[in-house]
Design a protein around this ligand. Structure first.
Ligand SMILES: Cc1cc2nc3c(=O)[nH]c(=O)nc-3n(C[C@H](O)[C@H](O)[C@H](O)COP(=O)(O)OP(=O)(O)OC[C@H]3O[C@@H](n4cnc5c(N)ncnc54)[C@H](O)[C@@H]3O)c2cc1C
Ligand code: FES
Length: 258
């Protein structure tokens, strides 16, 4: 069930030149959050920013009542959030959207492909898959090493590969050219820049691999009321905030083929 709640910032970490993470503490009983679901964050104290900002859940620990967000500073809203400190509060609407499929069992082989801020929802996904006995492969891509904000956090749950466009860390090239991308996985999950996700989806479709993409369309209300986030699917227009952000590519041929 969705709720609007003030969380307290428990930890704040700077991660490279563009990213930071916030560990947020719920003051009561936290709602369960599935991998791929997101929150709408209220940005206070910034006149330019009227609408809440959608941010994926990077990690969730319902028992401890904590949620972690991984945020890239790209504009006034995220810059304002980056200035918040430990002890300050953050108002969230959560959990929102339809997340990734996780009802899998070993020996299912899963690949998680993240680029840029799209890495964010994949940690929670890797943890949940690992708890089900899977050991997924995670491939993280970025333009340079500085733009791969997290890697070690994945290591207890997954085999991790890195690809950078400039070769400053891991494989030199885009993430879809990483040698581990080519294995015949049972399922591929991806989140990141649209051209990357389309390339992943096309490759998965050609190889007959099930694939889910998490779209990051512009959003306003976040709950299916304003229609500003719609995407064209093979079954017509769908609200990314409510019917997504995660879609199975079997319904997205129009999207990934163009
Ligand atoms: C479901 C979803 C999950 C997301 N998860 C994360 C995440 O975990 N970490 C992260 O760093 N970013 C995430 N984003 C992107 C994040 O919402 C935007 O970067 C943020 O809203 C930018 O706000 P701003 O005021 O800093 O920048 P602005 O100046 O408003 O915008 C900078 C750029 O961000 C994009 N953007 C702006 N507003 C929105 C909006 N309301 N919805 C979507 N895109 C927008 C636009 O492409 C714009 O060019 C997610 C987006 C969606 C839709
Ligand atoms: S953001 Fe309003 S309908 Fe999706």
């Amino acid at each position: 069930m969705k709720e609007i709640h003030n969380f307290t910032i428990l930890e704040r970490h700077t991660l490279g030149s563009q990213y930071f993470s916030l560990v947020l503490q719920h003051t009561d009983t936290m709602q369960p959050v599935s991998p791929g679901q997101f929150v709408e964050v209220l940005v206070e104290g910034e006149r330019e920013v009227m609408l809440r900002r959608p941010i994926s859940v990077h990690d969730a620990d319902p028992a401890a009542g904590t949620l972690t967000l991984l945020i890239q500073i790209v504009g006034p809203g995220t810059r304002r959030l980056s200035r918040l400190g430990v002890g300050e509060s953050l108002n969230l609407v959560y959990p929102l959207g339809h997340g990734f499929t996780t009802d899998l069992r070993p020996p299912t082989s899963a690949l998680l492909v993240g680029g840029g801020a799209g890495i964010a929802p994949l940690l929670h996904l890797a943890k949940v898959l690992s708890a089900k006995g899977l050991h997924p492969t995670v491939l993280l891509g970025g333009r340079t090493a500085d733009l791969i904000p997290v890697r070690d956090a994945f290591l207890p749950y997954a085999q991790v590969g890195i690809a950078t466009d400039d070769g400053s860390l891991g494989h030199h090239g885009i993430v879809t050219t990483h040698p581990d991308f080519a294995f015949p996985y049972d399922i591929i999950y991806t989140c990141g820049p649209t051209p990357m996700m389309k390339a992943v989806a096309r490759s998965a479709a050609e190889r007959g691999i099930r694939c889910e993409v998490s779209l990051e369309n512009m959003m306003a209300c976040g709950v299916g009321a304003c229609l500003c986030c719609v995407t064209d699917t093979d079954h017509g227009h769908r609200c990314v905030c409510k019917e997504g952000p995660v879609f199975d590519i079997s319904t997205m041929k129009k999207w990934y083929q163009c």
